[in-house]
Ligand binder design. Sequence first.
Ligand SMILES: [Zn+2]
Ligand SMILES: [Zn+2]
Length: 381
Amino acid sequence: MSGALPIAARPHPDELISSWLARIAACYEVSITDLRQELSPGSSGTKVRADVEWKGSEAKSAAQRLRVDQEAIMRLALKRRWPWLVAAWLPRTDGKGRARGELDLAWCHVCLAEGHATGGAYLDAEAALPLVFCRRHGTWRQDFCRRCQPHHEPRFSWRSRIEFTCTDCGVPLRTNHWSGPKPASECPSEDVPRALNLLFAFDGELRKALLGRSASLTGVGQVSARQFLAVLHGLTRALLAPDINRTSRINLFNSPLLSNMPDHDPQTWEEQPFHELSPAYRAHVSCAVIALLSDEPVSRLMSGVRPAYEWHSLEWLLASTPKWVQAMLIQNCKDWPAPLRVRVGLHHSRTGLDVADILAQFHVWLAEQEQRQRERVSLIG
Ligand SMILES: [Zn+2]
Ligand SMILES: [Zn+2]
């Protein structure tokens, strides 16, 4: 058994394990993975994401070598904090998802500043959830430095005290204030706070669903966590799906809150789940979902669609989206709450779509596309 490390920060009671380990790793200028390997040499447990559920043996050796109470650090694991947490909806930190590093990237700069004032900035458990806002401060969550266009993930670094900084330009991210996207200048002044309230409420209900609790779904009412997430999953997929022109339905939504969102321009047919989107894009998709499920006035507010044009309802989406997306929604909606299932069912019976056949054809077509792409690459590669 190797000895205790000479310097080891104490964990905060609401801190993410990855944040705590990253703060210690910063003192030794190593990565979280290296630190975990050093603490538990040869342990296969280091492959498991410590934030969610920390392996007892790994926590035990970390507790000994970092001189903290094992039970106290076990309590930091998200599954202990939130036993019904839907872990499949956490963004990936293994390099395969949006987050490029070992940390979740959805921080609140006020939370960081508060941490700094009491000893050093850290990431709290809430930063792991795929949300848009900080519930405590009502601020927009951030995922990159607004001062530069960073190419690297932010990191903890050692200055006079531990700071959470932009790797590219070095600015402490607690000082990197961002008050959210710029609302549309031409929209009536009362529209922005109304839309913001609706989005904030939706984000709060999503948080409940992520923690496995029942939640209120726009236009439907109280539903189970599973139903809430199934609807959000299906609609996100439909909104972001590319059509033959490589554009997506989400580009037709122009909420007053998010007036200058760049067009979603998918380069592949791979699914982009909600939890792998950046906070600003989560907000865009959430506004669109609220629009699809709400009555006409709210729908127009959240989608930015003028009265002269057809409002963006669920029926509009079903009628305007490619056939394979319609089939996907019909298949997906078996997990949706009854009122929405009925609406999708009506579209199904009106169109008589052969869901299994369409999806099978789509998958064959997709496999051919991928094969052709591989051949092209082999020509020039
Ligand atoms: Zn905050
Ligand atoms: Zn920067």
